[in-house]
Write a protein that binds this ligand. Structure first.
Ligand code: SF4
Length: 371
């Protein structure tokens, strides 16, 4: 396969859907978690749930990096621009994420110098262009984006850029999956494994899920045919009664991961003892912080921040949606108080957020695959 159209070919989609129906045991209910927000987006965009038999339920996992960031960390980032007068550089996904006193976009409207960038290197460039200002990059994301932050910190040190630092909020996927597996209210039979993260960490890192928890995981691509093929692979394992890691996305994901990227991360970052995740609480060794060697570029050491823990609004059920316990539309605020125009939780902001994906696609089904 060479072109994206082939991954959306109705004939192939129909064949995959038929195979799923053939494999699915009608007396069994299957709960499959797609870990990655990119998959959630694809599932809603292409209405893939509609081509599955009703006893296959897709539940959404915690793989949207913006969504799992607790509100207190958003407030900490905003305090840098407000209290310290820095240029705060952030990805577009972050710009509308609500903090307690408004989103970065709202703070920008009130006069804070907050700029949207496409990469951490753009933020470093801003620092070099503004030598009389402090520039802080608001780093978020899983292992997918952490290597680019690491390489930027390495470049900042090599170039001797002293007015640049990083507010590090990178998280790691494996402890979050483990927390979900250990959660008492979680009943998932198998995982559609993340595609983007796996390009960096590879597939071997998931083997404990099969070995210790007896659950299959299939690393998947993001096109409709990718997701359906992954479900076929999972069903085959479940019907055979086995659990192993398989790689449907082998055209992109190396089994051992991206070793130069992993080396760059290991040079610059170390694990934090604890980090709070929205919806999952504090998870040990689940996030990255900047090593002592790079302390001069660590915003948390260079600037004081409130560091206050902030709970979500009481009626917001972001945590339950993030753990796959509730569907987005089952949140009391969905589509009424909380919409993409007026988001209350981050899941309604990010393109990878389950609530935004459900709001934008689930009812319209404009791009649904014809089966
Ligand atoms: S609808 Fe809004 S408040 Fe409810 S879970 Fe989604 S993002 Fe959170």
């Amino acid at each position: 396969m060479k072109f994206v159209d082939e991954f959306r070919d109705p004939k192939l989609i129909r064949q995959a859907a038929q195979e799923i129906r053939r494999l699915a045991n009608p007396d069994r209910h299957y709960r499959l978690m797609e870990v990655c927000g990119g998959h959630t987006h694809a599932i809603y965009r292409f209405a893939l749930q509609d081509v599955l038999p009703p006893n296959i339920e897709l539940v959404h996992g915690p793989g949207c990096p913006v969504c799992v960031l607790p509100m207190g960390r958003v407030d900490d980032g905003l305090s840098l621009a407000r209290d310290h007068g820095v240029i705060l550089a952030a990805f577009g996904d972050m710009m509308r994420v609500p903090g307690r006193t408004g989103s970065p976009l709202e703070h920008k409207a009130r006069g804070a110098d907050i700029r949207m960038v496409y990469s951490p290197l753009d933020a470093l460039k801003l620092a070099r262009e503004n030598p009389d200002r402090e520039v802080v990059f608001f780093a978020i994301g899983f292992e997918t984006t952490a290597p680019s932050t690491a390489l930027t910190l390495r470049a900042a040190r090599q170039l001797g850029v002293r007015n640049f630092s990083v507010f590090c909020n990178h998280v790691t996927i494996i402890p979050a999956i483990r927390a979900i597996l250990d959660s008492p209210d979680m009943r998932v039979e198998a995982f559609i494994g993340p595609g983007h993260v796996s390009t960096v960490i590879g597939c071997r890192a998931y083997e404990f899920i099969c070995r210790d928890y007896g659950k299959p995981l299939v690393t998947s691509g993001f096109e409709p045919l990718d997701v359906l093929q992954s479900i076929v692979m999972i069903l085959r394992q479940l019907e055979e009664g086995c659990a192993r890691v398989e790689n449907q996305y082998a055209r992109v994901v190396p089994w051992e991961g991206n070793l130069p990227a992993l080396r760059a991360m290991a040079e610059v970052f170390e694990l934090r003892p604890f980090f709070e995740w929205r919806g999952l609480g504090f998870i040990s060794q689940s996030a990255l912080r900047i090593r002592d060697d790079y302390a001069d570029w660590d915003a948390e050491r260079r600037f004081s921040m409130p560091g206050v823990r902030v709970t979500d609004p009481k009626a917001a059920q972001c945590g339950e949606v993030l753990k796959g316990v509730l569907k987005p539309h089952q949140c009391k605020l969905f589509g009424r108080e909380c919409t993409p125009e007026h988001p209350i939780g981050a899941l309604m902001v990010s393109s990878e957020g389950a609530c935004a994906a459900y709001y934008n696609y689930a009812m319209r089904k404009s791009d649904a695959v014809a089966v």
